[in-house]
Design a protein around this ligand. Structure first.
Ligand code: F0G
Length: 352
C-alpha cells in the first residue's frame, strides 16, 4: 500500500482528539542508515545507525509533530498558528499551515536563524517576526499571546507535537525489530527527547521491544540541563539548540534518569568536527545541531564512560545540512578556477 503519512499509519497509537483532520506532507518513514565507517572511526565493534530526520518534507524532524499539531488545530476550527523558533519549527509550522489553509506567524531570534530555515518560512508564506532577544524570550511571548487570543500554539508545549514525534521511536523499533541499546540525540527545548522516551515506552508496552538508554546532548554554551540552571545568554554555532530555558527540561532529565542514560554537553568544535566527519565518512550532511548526538557519543566512548562493544546504537540526525550552508562555506577556500579546456583540467586533477 502506498505510504500516506504518519497519522494514517500511526494515528491509532497517538492520543489525538476525534476532531483531528489530517494534514500531511507524507512525513516520517525516514531511513535508518548503517554507519559502518563512522562506527570504525569511533573504535569499532558496535552497530551504529543514523536515523536521518533531515529527509522529512521540510528538512527536519519537526514535521512529525507538526502534522499532528496542525491537524488538531484545523479540526478544532483554528484559523492561525503561532510558534517561537530557532528556525526548523518555523519552516515546518509554515508548511503545514499552508497546506491546511491556515495563517502562520513565527517568532525567531534576531540574526540567529540559519538561511535555509528562514527562507523556508518565507516561502511557505509565514508572517516572520524577528525578536530582539533569544528563543526563550520569543517562547514566552507566544505563550502569552496564545493564552490571550484565539491563536493556536504549535511549539512542543503543545501535547500533540509530542504525540506526533513519538512515531520515530515506533519506526526505529519496527526497522530493528527491537529498541537499540543506546539512543543519542541533540537536546534544545527538550520536546524531542521527551517524545522519543514516551514512544519507546509505549511501543515496549505493546510489543515488548525493550528500552534504549538515552544520551541527550546539549551544546556547551547552551547547556542548562547539564549545568542545572537556566542559561540567560545561550551561545552556540548550533543555532537550532541555542536555548537556555528548555520548556520540557524536567521531562528530559526524567527520560535520561529513567532510561539509565544521561545528558551531557559537547563543545562547538566537537559538534562541527562531527558534522564534517559524518559528511565525509558516510555521505550524510546534517546541520550542526544534528551532529550533537553523535558528538556526544564520541565524547563518551573516548572517555571510557560508554562501552559500545557489541551494542546497537542509533543516533538521531534531526535536520538536513542544506538548512545551514553558511557554516560550511564561510571557512572554505574558493573552488579553483580552471580554463575551459582538457589540458587545464588534466593539470589540476592528475597526479605528477
Ligand atoms: N535539532 C534540530 C535540527 C532542531 O531544530 C532542534 C530544535 C533540536 C535538534 C532540538 O529539539 O527542541 O525538541 O530538544 N529546534 C527548535 C526549533 C527549537 O525552533 O526549530 P528539541
Amino acid at each position: 500500500m502506498t505510504y500516506q503519512g504518519l497519522l494514517h499509519k500511526y494515528g491509532h497509537l497517538l492520543d489525538l482528539p476525534t476532531h483531528t483532520r489530517p494534514v500531511s506532507l507524507l512525513e516520517g518513514n525516514t531511513p535508518l542508515i548503517p554507519a559502518e565507517s563512522l562506527s570504525r572511526q569511533l573504535g569499532g565493534g558496535f552497530e551504529l545507525f543514523i536515523k536521518y530526520e533531515g529527509l522529512n518534507p521540510t528538512g527536519s524532524f519537526k514535521d512529525r509533530g507538526m502534522t499532528a499539531a496542525v491537524s488538531e488545530a484545523l479540526g478544532r476550527g483554528a484559523k492561525t498558528v503561532i510558534c517561537a523558533s530557532t528556525g526548523n519549527t518555523a519552516a515546518s509550522a509554515a508548511a503545514y499551515a499552508a497546506r491546511a489553509g491556515l495563517k502562520s506567524i513565527v517568532l525567531i531570534p534576531q540574526g540567529k536563524v540559519a538561511a535555509g530555515k528562514l527562507a523556508g518560512a518565507v516561502a511557505y508564506g509565514a508572517q516572520v517576526i524577528q525578536i530582539d532577544g533569544s528563543f526563550d524570550d520569543a517562547l514566552t511571548m507566544v505563550v502569552q499571546i496564545s493564552d490571550k487570543h484565539p491563536i493556536c500554539l504549535v511549539n512542543s508545549i503543545n501535547p500533540y507535537r509530542i504525540e506526533g514525534q513519538k512515531t520515530s521511536a515506533f519506526e526505529i523499533c519496527e526497522n530493528l525489530g527491537a529498541a537499540p541499546d543506546w539512543l543519542c540525540l541533540p537536546v534544545g527545548n527538550a520536546g524531542n527527547i521527551t517524545a522519543y522516551w514516551a514512544g519507546f515506552k509505549q511501543y515496549d508496552g505493546i510489543k515488548a521491544t525493550g528500552l534504549p538508554r538515552v544520551l541527550g546532548v546539549q551544546a556547551a554554551g547552551a547547556a542548562p540541563l547539564v549545568l542545572g540552571h537556566p542559561v540567560e545568554q545561550p551561545e552556540t554555532v548550533a543555532t537550532a539548540i541555542r536555548i537556555g530555558k528548555p520548556a520540557r527540561g524536567e521531562q528530559a532529565l526524567e527520560a535520561a534518569e529513567e532510561s539509565n542514560g544521561r545528558i551531557i554537553a559537547a563543545s562547538d568544535d566537537q559538534i562541527l568536527d562531527m558534522q564534517r566527519l559524518l559528511a565525509k565518512l558516510e555521505g550524510v550532511w546534517v546541520e550542526p545541531a544534528s551532529a550533537a548526538g553523535l558528538a556526544g557519543l564520541a565524547i563518551e566512548i573516548a572517555a571510557g564512560r560508554l562501552n559500545p562493544q557489541g551494542k546497537r546504537i542509533v543516533a538521531i540526525c534531526t535536520g538536513h545540512g542544506m538548512k545551514d550552508p553558511d557554516i560550511i562555506t564561510r571557512d572554505m577556500a574558493k573552488p579553483q578556477i580552471v580554463a575551459p579546456n582538457l589540458a587545464a583540467l588534466e593539470a589540476v586533477i592528475l597526479d605528477g
